[in-house]
Design a protein around this ligand. Structure first.
Ligand code: ADP
Ligand code: MG
Length: 457
């Protein structure tokens, strides 16, 4: 294990996380660790050869670009397969915050995140009802609502609360099963297929508390809904309790069978909404108290003011700020805090130019659809739009004619090279074409000018 390697990789992950979809990050990068930095060669451990291959194929370019820009020199990277995490804790967003342990798992059904307890849950107006209901249910209070339906957008604490309920209830001797709706579905369908539905029913009926997370996943899955309905009824009859979570209220789960929906609506529905300023600050405080060099309140307030969506984002920004401080060796500052917030927080900043934007822009310019742009169609508009797209992909994003050919409906490279040539000519001979290219560039200039103003603010 090596410190410079860790810092470099953490800082890179912090940036990459802002640029790729979260599930992609979680699947392919979250469980990677820097092993060592040899000169400018970084060795990163990944969990499987499949991951190594995938990263090399899909993310290599972004990773190299990011590493090089952070360390201001060319960095090369090698992915090696290894299982152990070479360091105790991490500066990036928790690498599976202490992966669920199965010690408190007497029935073999449930693994909880030890960190996700009631004690670690910050209560504020945005989640008070959900917290109180969860606590009452876990502690076996006679006034608890059953079933309890927790709903709210991503990253607002549903899974945290369910884990808290599960750990508390387990600690007072209750038998608990906590599953994601996806796991429940898989298990149920497998039981049907293998004709083991009796075993399935026994297993679920025998618990004191069943929790199913993210049941919006069941939307439209009728067979599984049926299974859940019966499980629930049997559980209810024998005095068992049920907790569900969803990203929206039960009434809005359109594809959920009415009988199941009305079951949920009969209990308590408690929502978790985006935290307000004071709660955000309390959450950040709790995070920063855990580290040896806590971040000063003024920067936490700054982050709390600028993060609007959810707690997970809040944690991400806090951890990125830590990584930046650690990596650059600078004192915390508003500058670093802005960097940690990332471009998404500066609402007015136009999105970074990417492939999708270029395809949209080029097809709109000539009044056609993106579908037409990548179709075999040979109208004048489609050809012009294709020339524009090919030129922009090549000059702005540095895509090769081969890559562009793939993007533009599997055309071959000579066709693309020809189109780029035509585009260069059009820049001189076709005022409208030239105007399109300029308007895109003007936008970009505008954005970098804007960023400068923000940065010196
Ligand atoms: P959801 O399941 O609603 O998408 P999670 O429960 O996974 O959200 O929460 C995302 C992260 O935010 C977790 O790390 C969780 O511990 C944390 N979190 C959410 N709400 C709170 C809170 N009120 N206090 C402390 N941490 C929270
Ligand atoms: Mg969740």
């Amino acid at each position: 294990m090596s410190e410079p390697a860790n810092r470099l990789w953490d800082a890179a992950l912090g940036r990459i996380q802002l640029q790729i979809p979260r599930p992609t990050f979680d699947t392919w990068l979250r469980n990677t660790h820097a092993l060592r930095l040899e000169g400018n060669h970084l060795v990163v451990s990944v969990p499987s050869t499949f991951t190594a291959q995938w990263l090399e194929d899909r993310l290599q370019k972004l990773i190299l670009k990011t590493l090089s820009s952070i360390s201001s020199q060319e960095i090369t990277v090698a992915f090696v397969v290894g299982t152990e995490n070479p360091r105790g804790n991490s500066f990036s967003e928790p690498v599976n915050p202490n992966a669920p342990s199965s010690i408190n798992n007497p029935l073999g059904g449930t693994a909880f995140y030890p960190e996700y307890t009631f004690k670690n849950f910050i209560v504020g107006p945005s989640n008070q009802l959900a917290y109180a209901a969860a606590y009452a249910l876990a502690s076996g209070s006679p006034s608890a609502y059953n079933p309890l339906f927790l709903y709210g957008g991503v990253g607002l604490g549903k899974t945290h609360l369910m884990n808290a309920i599960g750990q508390f209830a387990t600690s007072i001797g209750k038998r608990v099963i906590y599953v994601s709706a996806e796991q429940f579905t898989n298990e149920y369908l497998r039981a049907i297929k293998e004709r083991k539905t009796d075993g399935f029913r026994d297993r679920y009926r025998s618990v004191d508390l069943l929790m199913v997370d993210d049941i919006q996943f069941l939307n439209g899955k009728e067979a599984t809904q049926d299974g859940l309905f019966h499980t629930f009824n049997e559980l209810h009859r024998s005095g068992g309790k049920l907790v569900m979570s969803s990203d929206r209220p039960a009434g809005e789960l359109r594809l959920l069978e009415a009988r199941l929906r009305s079951r949920f609506e009969a209990g308590l529905q408690a929502d978790l909404s985006a935290p307000e300023f004071e709660t955000k600050l309390a959450i950040l405080n709790a995070l920063t108290e855990k580290i040896s060099n806590p971040i000063a309140r003024e920067y936490l307030e700054f982050i709390a003011t600028h993060v609007h969506d959810n707690v997970r984002t809040l944690q991400g920004v806090h951890n990125r700020l830590l990584a930046f401080i650690e990596f650059t060796g600078q004192e915390p500052s508003y500058e670093l805090a802005k960097m940690a917030l990332g471009p998404s927080s500066l609402k007015e900043t136009p999105p970074i130019l990417d492939q999708g934007m270029i395809l949209d822009f080029s097809s709109k310019a000539y009044g056609i659809s993106v579908k037409a742009l990548i179709s075999p169609q040979r109208t004048k508009e489609a050809s012009k739009a294709r020339q524009l797209a090919a030129y922009l992909l090549n000059s702005k994003l540095r895509f090769s004619p081969d890559q562009i050919g793939q993007i533009l409906g599997k055309r071959d490279r000579t066709t693309i090279t020809y189109a780029i040539g035509q585009a260069k000519e059009a820049l001189i001979t076709d005022p409208q074409f030239k105007e399109f290219v300029h308007s895109l560039e003007k936008n970009k200039q505008h954005s970098s000018h804007f960023n400068k103003n923000i940065e010196s603010a």
